[in-house]
Ligand binder design. Structure first.
Ligand code: COA
Length: 208
């Protein structure tokens, strides 16, 4: 059984919250395949590195981040995703369209490691190539990821957050039943002070 990320103490004065980054429930060391109506959610392969890098370099996709990613950073992200599955037994899935076999992005569970009042937490996150937006595919994958967290891993909650202006992402959160908790909104510590994507909104979904 892998060790989950160490919980960090809440800063002085922050409201304690019962959920911490949870255990892996004895999950597998590689991404288990999850099949939805239109998607195969699977582990990343080397063949995904090219389309992943193209997606990460696209200014439309990275509009709500500080900058698009260069190829080396994109490849390093794939390496971290693979390492995370093997160490922790949960993580981000590569998304493949079942009708075309195309790689279209990722969705899944990722630890929140930066300094913020709500850390430690796990976020559910998504990033799709822009040509695949507008079909409900991110929402379809997000529902499956959350179901995996609650049903397979037995976690009590997942969170999500994004830049205030990223309304598409906030609509995915709302479509999967997440609720905004404005008291946990925060300035992302990795974004320079004064940058428009620094203020973030916080959402949470508790297992029923
Ligand atoms: C955030 C992101 C994944 C959202 O993608 P998306 O395609 O808009 O999200 P969904 O999968 O929920 O699709 C919803 C859209 O599909 C439409 N749709 C079509 N068929 C649908 C279906 N069967 N079910 C649900 N929605 C459907 C909806 O009407 C909606 O359209 P609208 O945006 O015009 O209102 C995408 O914009 C993205 O990758 N952005 C860049 C990366 C990013 O910002 N990630 C989040 C960082 S926190």
């Amino acid at each position: 059984m892998a060790t989950p990320p160490d919980p960090a103490p809440l800063p002085d004065g922050a409201e304690p919250d019962p959920a911490e980054i949870p255990s892996d429930g004895g999950a597998s060391r590689t991404a288990p395949e999850v099949v939805t109506d239109r998607l195969l959610m699977r582990g990343f392969t080397d063949a995904d590195r090219g389309p992943f890098a193209r997606m990460n370099a696209d200014p439309r996709v990275m509009e709500h981040f500080v900058a698009p990613m260069v190829r080396d950073a994109s490849d390093a992200f794939v390496d971290r995703i693979l390492d995370h599955w093997s160490t922790h037994g949960w993580g981000l899935w590569a998304l493949e369209r079942r009708d075309t076999g195309e790689f279209i992005g990722y969705t899944g569970l990722w630890p929140v490691r930066f300094e913020a009042a709500f850390v430690p937490r796990v976020e559910v996150g998504w990033r799709l190539a822009a040509e695949h937006w507008g079909h409900g595919l991110a929402t379809e994958a997000a529902r499956a990821a959350v179901d995996h967290a609650f049903t397979t891993l037995g976690w009590p909650e997942v969170t999500s957050f994004t830049a205030v202006g990223n309304l598409r992402s906030q609509r995915v959160m709302e479509r999967i039943g997440m609720r905004r908790e404005p008291e946990w909104d925060f300035d992302h510590p990795a974004v320079p002070v004064g940058h428009p994507v620094r203020p973030h909104v916080f959402y949470r979904l508790r297992a029923r």
